[in-house]
Each structure stands twice: as structure tokens, then as C-alpha cells.
Design a protein around this ligand. Structure first.
Ligand code: CA
Length: 227
């Protein structure tokens, strides 16, 4: 699954260029033109990384960063700030208020993309790794294979993507809606209970004789990988 990047930038030309390059590099970019739009976009779908311009109309980048850091759901989302040259004190403040990194304008796309990858590797190793491990479960992305305690687990494509999603964020609880967006895509119409059906199939395949259930059902909230 592609890592999603929310680009918050009010300069249209730069935003378009960022979107084009991020798509080409295998990311799933979304754009927001100001701070308010950014906060709404984050509520709709939690991005894997936020690229946040410092100078924005209405709500500033600093304020957006502060608000994201103050909310439980968005506290750990990596934020890379874009600052103008010479705003040295701004940069320091950016890191103080919780940005993970910053890039000074004008920057090269290669530099920004390298920073995004670095932040993803550091904060969500799952998004960059070829192999995900959780307890006795191993998901090998290169070979497209899943093993539990050395035994091969055969999964359908949807169950595989579900497991991959859970393993990228062990312990995090996902609502059925979030799972639909992440695994099926937000532009597909699928009934909520489809998620339950596939989680059921995933469990059935994963749990062998005498093994524990690696997936936790969180009452009225959704599902998560046991942490
Ligand atoms: Ca700006």
C-alpha cells in the first residue's frame, strides 16, 4: 500500500508540482490549500506524513502543527515543515512545537522525498520495510508470503492487505471505515460488514491449532493487531 502524504501548501504551482512528484515516487498525495482545509483533511483520513508550509492563510502552519500534536489521533503523524530561507528562528520553533523535520525553500524534489522516506523509516518502519514481523507472524512483501511460527499462511488478496495494514501499525485501533479506506480504497462502495467478513477470514487463516488470536476486536471501535 502506498504511503499517503498530505501536502498543505497555498501556492498552487508548488502544490501541483509536489503532487506530481509524490505520485511518481509511489506516494499517495492529497492537497490542502490552507490550515483549515488541512485539519479537515486529516480528520477525513489520517495521512502517513504531513508536508506543511510555514506561511499559510487563515491558520498558520505552526498552529496546524500545534493542533495536530495536541490531539491523540494525530499526535504521532510525522510532520515536515516547509520554511522560507533565512527563517532560522522559525525553524527552531517548528522543531520545538513538534515538527519532525523541515526543508528550506527553494528545495529540490529529491531532497524533500528523501526527507519523507527518512521520517517514514524512523517513525513507521513498517511502511518502508520489505518484511514485517509481529510476534510469530512474518509478512514478506517481496515474496508476498505470510508465515506464522514458520508455517505458511494462505490468504486471499484482501486478507493479505488487511494483515499488512494491521502490521504496519501494531496496537493501533482502526474503525471499519478506516479499514475500508485503507484496504479497499475510499472510492469503492463496500458495506461496513464486509470488513467483519474479511477480518473473520483473516483470523481463520492465521489461527492454527492452539494458537492465540492476533487480532483484537475493540467493542464499538473496530479492530487492531494485538500489541
Ligand atoms: Ca505559503
Amino acid at each position: 500500500m502506498k504511503p499517503s502524504v498530505l501536502v498543505v501548501e497555498d501556492e498552487d504551482a508548488l502544490a501541483t508540482l509536489l503532487r506530481y512528484n509524490l505520485e511518481r515516487e509511489g506516494f499517495e498525495p492529497r492537497l490542502a490549500g490552507d490550515g483549515e482545509e488541512a485539519l479537515i483533511a486529516v480528520d477525513e483520513q489520517l495521512p502517513d506524513v504531513v508536508v506543511l508550509d510555514w506561511m499559510l492563510p487563515k491558520t498558520s502552519g505552526v498552529e496546524v502543527c500545534r493542533r495536530l500534536r495536541n490531539r491523540r489521533e494525530t499526535r504521532n503523524v510525522p510532520i515536515i515543515m516547509l520554511t522560507a530561507r533565512g527563517e532560522e528562528t522559525d525553524r527552531i520553533r517548528g522543531l520545538e512545537i513538534g515538527a519532525d523535520d523541515y526543508v528550506v525553500k527553494p528545495f529540490s524534489m529529491a531532497e524533500l522525498i528523501a526527507r519523507i522516506r527518512a521520517v517514514l523509516r524512523r517513525i513507521r518502519p513498517g511502511l518502508a520495510a520489505d518484511q514485517l514481523k509481529h510476534g510469530e507472524i512474518v509478512l514478506d512483501r517481496a515474496a508476498h508470503r505470510v508465515l506464522r511460527s514458520g508455517r505458511e499462511v494462505h490468504l486471499g488478496p484482501t486478507e493479505y492487505r488487511l494483515l499488512e495494514h494491521f502490521m504496519q501499525y501494531p496496537g493501533r485501533v482502526f474503525s471499519r471505515e478506516q479499514l475500508l479506506d485503507a484496504v479497499w480504497g475510499s472510492d469503492v462502495y463496500v458495506e461496513m460488514r464486509t470488513v467483519d467478513v474479511h477480518v473473520g477470514r483473516l483470523r481463520k487463516s492465521l489461527i492454527g491449532e492452539g494458537e492465540t488470536d492476533p487480532i483484537r476486536t475493540v467493542r464499538s471501535a473496530g479492530y487492531s493487531m494485538q500489541s
